[in-house]
Design a protein around this ligand. Structure first.
Ligand SMILES: [Zn+2]
Length: 177
């Protein structure tokens, strides 16, 4: 079957036709969302790519990429992974390095949910692979029988992607960025 190059769908939330493969993501790692609002400032350091909680939990943002059934393009979701302090510090020194894809991958625990399908995702083992030219690292999940790991390999359906889109873009949960 020929693949379709342009992803588009009529959105049931806003009635518009959305065109192009969406790129969505989580603004912060899961751990962030359990912290009381009035404690955030004191306990959390958060940028678009890094997060430190209580000076002891270190997270970085990468891209989890899914094939979409019948489409050419992959769907990319911005997700978080926790690193050791040592690797986190190395990540920061590499952050502005244009050529860094020769660096060895880093181990991390997956630290994002992907609404509305994948909530039980804490502590999936993963590795981040550095990419050049400021592109966020690529996240590789350990190939287990966890549904998210299976989805990363086998892909998601167009309908699943539309549901995820509605959650993140129309604010049904969390916030997209
Ligand atoms: Zn819409």
């Amino acid at each position: 079957m020929k693949k379709i190059s342009q992803f588009e769908f009529k959105c049931s939330s806003c009635d518009e036709i959305h065109k192009g493969m969406p790129s969505l993501g989580s603004r912060a790692p899961i751990n962030y969302y359990s912290i009381q609002k009035n404690e955030l400032e004191e306990r959390v350091f958060l940028t678009s790519d890094t997060c430190v909680i209580d000076d002891k939990d270190f997270f970085v943002r990468g891209c989890l990429e899914f094939p979409v059934l019948n489409y050419d393009d992959k769907f990319s979701f911005g997700a978080w992974v926790s690193l050791s302090q040592e690797n986190f510090e190395k990540f920061e020194t590499l952050f502005d390095e244009p050529k860094r894809n020769h660096q060895s991958p880093m181990f991390g625990w997956f630290s994002s949910w992907i609404w509305p399908y994948y909530e039980d995702t804490e502590n999936i083992k993963s590795r981040i692979h550095f990419r050049n030219d400021g592109i966020r690292p690529f996240i590789e999940l350990e190939p287990t029988n966890h549904p998210l790991a299976i989805a990363q390999t086998n892909g998601i359906t167009c309908n699943e992607l539309i549901k995820i889109y509605e959650y993140y873009v129309h604010g049904k949960k969390d916030t997209a960025s």
